[in-house]
Design a protein. Structure first.
Length: 86
């Protein structure tokens, strides 16, 4: 799972053009929104599209479950891992 978390961190950095942040600067369990990485709803849309394109996952923007998946890198990794092979 650690490798997937690293991939997701790099995807976040690349997708959102976070120039001053490296993979090691993002804590896996830190919130992606508000207090943690400080992402906003536009970032969530861009990241969701990147996840769909890269991993083929299906996301519902209005779903509470989707909000839980975007809670942290660890939560995203668990979601991506659970959808692989479906």
């Amino acid at each position: 799972m650690r490798a997937l978390e690293q991939e997701l961190k790099q995807l976040i950095i690349d997708t959102l053009d976070l120039e001053d942040i490296g993979v090691d600067d993002i804590e896996s369990d830190a919130p992606l929104f508000l207090d943690g990485l400080g992402l906003d709803s536009i970032d969530a849309l861009e990241l969701g599209l990147a996840l769909q394109k890269t991993y083929g996952v299906k996301l519902d923007a209005d779903s509470e479950e989707t909000r839980q998946h975007f809670a942290s890198v660890t939560a995203l990794a668990n979601f991506v891992e659970s959808t692989r092979g479906q």
